[in-house]
Design a protein around this ligand. Structure first.
Ligand code: ZN
Length: 307
């Protein structure tokens, strides 16, 4: 039986088919369903049909190859840096730099966030469990969560990929020092219209197993973690409406290409690059507000004294 990964309810109903655009993912996990929790409204993949070891293998060996839209062009480099700086600034509003000596990022990817945190918290040592970057090896140390406690733990686009997000956050909280900060960013899935749901006209998911909206993310943290206190909750990035416009533009260009393929084939690349530039222009990672109409959700929590 599948139970809700947030509230534990067994009252879940079918909400749609999970369409991952990665061939390898579909091969690993055919016929996954998305379920909606009748109690807390959280949309989630039916994890009773996901083997955790297989999922780990998929992430280790195939994920980066399949998620090909995360290119490391120069413009993306600037954007990821900007995201790192925005998250580091948010953190600095809630903890004094002199009190920060150890920062851990869960799955640091290309290391942009950690580098930005290093500038904000100059005396801190950096740690991660997984680094896929070309950073100078001496700047970040490979470690486990349990090697803490840490003063700051960063989870940027991690929570939505986990089989058991609640259990993982409990583990994170145990390895945060009293008064330490947990900084999280996840996609804002809005009202179930998944932000990243389309590629080449086909709905798709990119490995997200849990789909957070403002309401369900707030409930997730409010109801499940007595030791964590929400300090800040907001949204950032381009608005969902802007991204919908960009998607429409993509659809129109594909339709045109369908009608005049021989004439426009040469222009295909040009179209794509124009759209790509529009997306990059719309992406702003440092515009935190509490309007919740943007594509990222950011939440900062502290571990409270147990006394
Ligand atoms: Zn639930």
């Amino acid at each position: 039986m599948t139970i809700c990964v947030s509230c534990g309810s067994t009252n879940l109903e079918f909400a749609g088919k999970y369409l991952h655009y990665g061939e390898k993912f579909r091969e690993f996990f055919p016929d996954l369903a998305i379920l909606s929790c009748k109690q807390c409204s959280l949309l989630q993949v039916d994890h009773s049909s996901v083997d955790e070891q297989k999922l780990t293998d998929y992430y280790r060996h195939f994920y980066r190859k399949e998620i090909d839209f995360v290119t490391l062009s120069k413009s993306h480099h600037a954007l990821w840096n900007e995201r790192g700086r925005a998250l580091a600034r948010l953190a600095a509003q809630h903890i004094k730099p002199v009190k920060v000596s150890k920062i851990f990022e869960v799955g640091a990817g290309y290391g942009y966030n950690l580098m930005a945190f290093q500038k904000q918290f100059e005396n801190a040592q950096l740690f991660t469990d997984e680094l896929a970057s070309n950073l100078p090896p001496q700047s970040v140390t490979q470690a486990n969560l349990e090697d803490g406690p840490y003063d700051i733990i960063i989870m940027s686009h991690v929570l939505e990929h986990l089989m058991y997000p609640k259990e993982f956050v409990l583990r994170v909280a145990r390895n945060l020092r009293q008064g330490g900060l947990l900084v999280i960013e996840v996609p804002n899935e809005g009202n179930g219209q998944f932000v990243y749901q389309e590629k080449n006209g086909i709905p798709f998911h990119t490995g997200h197993l849990t789909f957070f909206s403002e309401k369900v993310l707030r409930l997730f943290f409010h109801n499940n973690f007595k030791e964590l206190c929400i300090k800040q909750f907001g949204t950032a990035g381009p608005t969902i409406a802007t991204m919908a416009k960009v998607k429409m533009l993509k659809r129109i260009s594909r339709r045109l290409l369908g009608i005049f393929p021989p004439l426009l084939r040469g222009a295909e690349r040009l179209f794509e690059s124009v759209i790509e530039r529009k997306i990059v222009a719309a992406l702003n990672f440092s515009n935190d507000t509490n309007t919740f109409n943007k594509i990222y959700l950011r939440i900062v929590l502290t571990r409270e004294d147990e006394s």
